[in-house]
Design a protein around this ligand. Structure first.
Ligand code: PRP
Ligand code: ZN
Length: 289
């Protein structure tokens, strides 16, 4: 890929977003080696460096142009405000920001939090939520290890990210309410130079191609020629399929892509109801629209 200058992409050093971020970059065609405890790696086949950072720091680095692209949870973007440009939701890194209390706490609902202290790394989101619910509670800002705050007597409740829920279970905390849903987002620096913007757009096209490919299936099946019109009508995705004549002149082979908008199994049922048979389903590696 041609470009003037090196582009830097910031991803999480370790944790929830790491594996899927690496997988996405590799499927986008970036070739690189992974070393333990590395801070950055060079991409072999493109003028790109990958920086490994704490997820919480990524928006700041992208805002300041240390990296031009980043992969970060929407939870952090929401907390920080519009520092960077959101390019693409990535459909991974799903988690929720939740309010939780110690299992034995008397607090049963969020209204019981009146006058209490809530430890969090998300004071902006939490304060907005509390004022919407008309609850007067005090956010206590902690940068990490929020889950231990109640046991240390630092707070009465916490507001923290929950992914698998194992951190809450380990610290015997009980969920009261979900404050925010989050997923990974591809972000870029605002006001990029034209060169960098062109490069970023090429990478964005690849990221979308990978993502659309993952969510689509290539479907081939045989059907009676006489049911072709019904199939086209009942399966929106089949409006303009590839059609091949079979040796038996009363039959055709139909090739089409089922997109995420079509419920996959519903489409298969319709194909069968229309006389379709010998249905072959293949994964789509990339889909460039
Ligand atoms: C979040 C959160 C919890 C953990 C919850 O941390 O602060 O520690 O994930 O996950 P679980 O429900 O699967 O146990 P994050 O990934 O943001 O890492 P960081 O605290 O190091 O930034
Ligand atoms: Zn984090």
């Amino acid at each position: 890929m041609q470009s003037n200058g090196t582009l830097r992409i910031a991803i999480q050093k370790s944790g929830r977003l790491y594996d899927s971020s690496i997988a996405l970059l590799q499927e986008m065609g970036l070739e690189f080696e992974l070393y333990r405890d590395r801070l950055f790696v060079n991409v072999r086949n493109m003028p790109i460096d990958i920086l490994f950072l704490r997820d919480d720091d990524i928006p700041e680095y992208v805002r300041d142009g240390v990296a031009q692209l980043g992969i970060v949870g929407s939870n952090i973007l929401e907390e920080r405000g519009p520092e960077v440009e959101n390019l693409l939701p990535l459909n991974f890194g799903y988690c929720r920001l939740k309010i939780a209390v110690p299992e034995q706490s008397k607090v049963q609902c969020i209204q019981d939090l009146q006058g209490m202290r809530i430890a969090t790394s998300y004071p902006t989101i939490l304060s907005r939520f509390l004022s919407q619910k008309d609850i007067k509670a005090t956010p206590i800002l902690l940068r990490g290890s929020v889950e231990v705050a109640p046991a240390l007597g630092v707070s009465d409740a916490i507001c923290d990210l929950v992914s698998t829920g194992s951190t809450l279970r380990t610290h015997r905390l009980r969920v009261l309410e979900t404050v925010l849903e989050s997923q990974a987002i591809l972000v870029c620096q605002k006001n990029l130079s034209t060169d960098k913007k062109i490069f970023v757009d090429k990478l964005l096209m690849r990221a979308k191609g990978v993502q659309d490919g993952r969510r689509c299936k290539y479907v081939m099946f045989n059907a009676p020629m006489s049911s072709l019109d019904v199939i086209k009508e009942r399966i929106p995705t089949c409006r303009s399929p590839s059609i091949m004549q079979l040796a038996d002149p009363s039959m055709v082979a139909i090739h089409t892509v089922i997109t995420p908008e079509d419920a996959f199994w519903d489409v298969i049922e319709v194909i069968r109801a229309c006389g379709g048979s010998d249905i072959i389903v293949s994964p789509v590696e990339k889909l460039i629209r």
